[in-house]
Design a protein around this ligand. Structure first.
Ligand code: SF4
Length: 498
């Protein structure tokens, strides 16, 4: 059995993912198609380079010393050789350590770890008067338990490999060149527990259940397989509001799928969940089973209807701290005409220009309501107004015209959707996003998110190829159109209910 630090990280994030990666032939595994992940890999490399430069140490990089760059065995031999020589710093080294009959499983486990850096220190080891501690880089801005566990695991293997007890290692977070010192006397035992759990899962060959979580699954290469399985099982994780903890509570009472939940008695649910949550989950399941929207309370929300309405959506690049596209769909309800306007920063210094262009445009329709689908638009308006010194009077009047349809919808309706993203609701309403690459509506739901736009904008900045910008414009226009479709549905629904 082989356990790498990467595989252990996958296990920590999702047991099922690690299991599928171990027990599926490599040729049968779905490929990592997401371009945003490629961007993250590049960024991590860049961050690591900055950390290396910050140390100011001469370093050796095993990958540059061999043609066999992907072969861990070769890289491990080079790394070991460099450690024995006592070089100051090793960048992207590989360490392999084998344990026979690991935790009495009769298995030989090969551990493979690849810390970002190995740095020499004056503590004796099997090499002589020196040894190495590990340094890891991560793109997160805050320290997470998974970072600590992986560093704990690497620290453990590095200690065993060198025949010493390392006391600490370092972690560098994004945009921060001050190290976080990790106490290995705490995190080695914690990582051993995780390794033990992983090993037992592999030895017992017990496939972990699927659990779809939007945040965790959206970048996973197994998503299509897992989603089909969850769909076929009417899995509870496809119901908004069901967290892993609530899932365990429900299944322990024999409520295993949507049908069971929709037929459950509300007083039974009240026994296992708090009353409010029980009611929410119950009504959500009723909406899904009946394919109907259900009003949450008798007081109907008020949303304006106006001859001219504006639908607003923003694209941003958080790493560069820029809101580079302010997209507005103008709808004339009297003529049914729709026109899409864009305020696009083609360079990183044009944010102020597009903000002023947007304000000028909006001021031509000064009594038109502005609909958007998240809190982000209002937060961005405030940020840009502050940054570019927009007077408070026009700012306040602009904010007064903003209507967050996401907030209104989640406070007012249960909808037969798996989540309350604009895409899910839009698809339920029969609106389909175009595939930005072909400009055509695809027969299957296009899985594109704002993260994909971050990658496209990055490509535009690097290549100056307008194709990337065109993808973003198609995507943003469809977000505005999707918001408009939702507003139309809400108008109709509220008219009927009134
Ligand atoms: S799609 Fe989700 S549940 Fe399936 S393996 Fe990936 S992270 Fe795990």
């Amino acid at each position: 059995m082989i356990l790498t630090d990467e595989l252990l990280l996958q296990y920590k994030r999702c047991h099922r993912r690690a299991f599928l990666n171990v027990y599926t032939e490599e040729s049968q595994q779905p490929s990592e198609k997401n371009q945003f992940l490629l961007k993250l890999t590049e960024e991590r490399e860049f961050h690591s380079q900055q950390v290396v430069e910050n140390y100011g140490l001469p370093y050796h990089q095993p990958k540059t010393l061999t043609k066999d760059k992907e072969n861990n065995l070769t890289l491990a031999l080079i790394t070991e050789n460099l450690m024995r020589q006592g070089v100051e710093c090793i960048y992207q080294g590989v360490i392999i350590y084998k344990v026979k009959n690991f935790i009495d499983t009769n298995q030989e486990v090969t551990f493979i770890v690849s810390p970002t850096l190995l740095i020499k220190q004056d503590i004796p080891s099997r090499w002589g008067d020196w040894s190495y501690f590990s340094v890891n880089t991560h793109l997160g801005k805050n320290i997470k338990p998974e970072y600590k566990l992986i560093s704990g695991f690497q620290g453990d293997i590095l200690s065993l490999f060198q025949g010493i007890n390392l006391s600490h290692c370092q972690i560098f977070l994004r945009n921060n060149l001050k190290p976080y010192y990790l106490n290995l006397s705490i995190w080695i035992p914690a990582s051993r527990e995780l390794v033990k759990e992983f090993t037992l899962m592999i030895v017992q060959k017990k496939e972990p259940d699927v659990f779809i979580s939007r945040q965790r699954c959206s970048f996973c290469q197994w998503y299509d397989d897992c989603y089909s399985l969850a769909k076929s099982q009417q899995h509870l994780s496809l119901i908004p509001g069901i967290t892993p903890k609530r899932y365990n509570l429900l299944t322990s009472e024999g409520i295993n799928n949507l049908e069971n939940l929709s037929q459950a008695k509300i007083w039974d649910l009240n026994r296992i969940l708090d009353k409010d949550m029980a009611n929410k989950i119950y009504l959500q399941s009723q909406s899904l089973v009946s394919h109907q929207a259900i009003l949450k309370n008798p007081t109907l929300p008020i949303i304006p209807y106006h001859p001219i309405e504006l639908y607003f959506d923003i694209e941003a690049e958080p790493d560069r701290n820029i809101d580079y596209l302010l997209g507005v769909l103008l709808v004339n309800n009297e003529t049914q005409e729709k026109k899409y306007y864009t305020f696009l920063a083609e360079t990183l210094i044009e944010e102020e220009t597009i903000w002023r262009g947007f304000l000028k445009f909006i001021s031509q329709y000064d009594d038109a309501p502005i609909f958007h689908y998240s809190q982000y638009e209002v937060e961005t308006i405030k940020r840009l107004a502050y940054l570019y010194k927009t007077p408070s009077l026009p700012l306040q009047s602009l904010l007064n015209r903003c209507w967050d349809l996401h907030k209104i919808i989640i406070n007012s309706f249960y909808l037969p959707v798996e989540n309350y993203s604009l895409k899910s609701i839009g698809n339920w309403l029969g609106f389909h996003w175009r595939d930005p690459k072909t400009g055509k509506i695809s027969s299957h739901n296009v899985r594109i998110s704002g993260d994909q736009c971050v990658f496209w904008y990055d490509q535009w900045l690097k290549t100056n190829d307008r194709t990337w910008l065109n993808y973003i414009l198609v995507y943003n226009e469809d977000d505005c159109l999707g918001t408009y479709e939702l507003k139309k549905w809400m108008d109709k629904e509220l008219r009927v209910k009134n």
